[in-house]
Design a protein around this ligand. Structure first.
Ligand SMILES: NC(=O)c1ccc[n+]([C@@H]2O[C@H](COP(=O)([O-])OP(=O)(O)OC[C@H]3O[C@@H](n4cnc5c(N)ncnc54)[C@H](O)[C@@H]3O)[C@@H](O)[C@H]2O)c1
Length: 285
């Protein structure tokens, strides 16, 4: 069978894990059997591509730092993976869909933060008959949430707990005059809708966006953000109540070595999505 040809935009923490998985067809010694090949890499920082290429067995033939000649290189691939930034979603995903290519989006926050983008992507993918894959990212429980949403859901609540240092540089925390280093016990920094959380805590945007899209939207999805000096990892707890009953999921995320703001699980979820694309039996919703 012909290999699925892949282009990757963004060679940072997630992109590097994805590329190495495709290149070696394994992760941590576990075989994947993806049947994929890397055709192009794009990153606005060429040194990131260079660093990654040194760790690949087969270097892709097309290397670029921007979207010039995108129409030409899109002809070389079947699937493009965006793992760069919110801005990259419009810049690369829309042209790829217009060319009838399948896409995977990691910067899922863009689908809620940029008005009209979700609808535009939905309409082009429908017209062109191509799939848009949004991996679960740094959370679990999206399968149960999707199933529950079919029968009706009353509430979705996300609580994110991080060590206080994880909120350094956050404008909302600064404006409220919170001294992160004097926090000695759990302190709630925010409680409100996912829509407001996206604006005030952009570093949490992807998790809130995935849950909102899979469930009941960003206004109805509730978010609590807690600075917790006893937390060593970023912890996400999700509670969903619906006609099916109640779901509770807790994820204690190990940060990625290359980018401590990104959870290792996010990269693994993208690779697991690649596996489900290439494997004939699909387990899980
Ligand atoms: N879905 C989730 O749960 C989840 C979890 C973590 C991260 N993310 C998102 O995935 C994306 C990648 O995360 P990461 O940790 O790998 O980030 P990273 O900063 O380690 O890497 C991103 C790379 O993309 C490049 N880049 C950014 N914008 C670009 C553009 N317009 N054109 C070309 N290259 C560009 C950067 O130079 C960088 O090398 C981010 O948007 C992040 O918010 C999603």
């Amino acid at each position: 069978m012909a290999k699925i040809r892949v282009g990757v935009v963004g060679c940072g923490a997630i992109g590097s894990e994805i590329c190495r998985a495709i290149d070696r067809d394994e992760v941590n010694g576990r075989e994947l059997d993806l049947g994929m090949e890397l055709k192009f890499l794009i990153d606005k920082h060429p040194e990131k591509i260079e660093r990654l290429c040194k760790r690949l067995r087969k270097k892709p033939s097309i290397i670029k730092s921007d979207s010039t000649e995108l129409d030409i290189i899109l002809e070389e691939v079947d699937l493009i993976i965006e793992c760069a930034s919110q801005a990259a979603v419009r810049e690369f995903v829309i042209p790829a869909l217009k060319r009838g290519k399948e896409v995977m989006i990691l910067s899922v926050g863009a689908l809620l933060c940029e008005p009209g983008l979700f609808e535009e992507i939905e309409s082009i993918s429908k017209e062109k008959g191509c799939k848009v894959y949004v991996p679960s990212g740094a959370v679990a429980g999206i399968d149960g949430l999707k199933s529950g949403a079919i029968g009706g859901i009353q509430s979705v609540e996300l609580t994110t707990r991080k060590p206080p240092s994880g909120f350094e540089g956050n404008e909302y925390v600064k404006e409220r005059g919170i001294d992160l280093f004097s926090i000695k016990k759990k302190e709630m920094l925010f409680m409100g809708s996912a829509k407001d959380a996206e604006r005030l805590f952009p570093e949490n945007v992807n998790v809130a966006a995935s849950l909102s899209i899979a469930g009941i939207g960003s206004e109805a999805t509730k978010v609590k953000i807690v600075a917790d000096p006893s937390a060593e990892e970023n912890v996400h707890e999700i509670v969903v109540k619906g006609e099916f009953g109640k779901l509770f999921v807790r994820v204690e995320n190990v940060p990625s070595i290359a980018n401590p703001k990104t959870s290792y699980l996010a990269a693994l979820s993208a690779i697991a999505t690649l596996k489900s694309i290439s494997y004939s039996i699909r387990v899980g919703t």
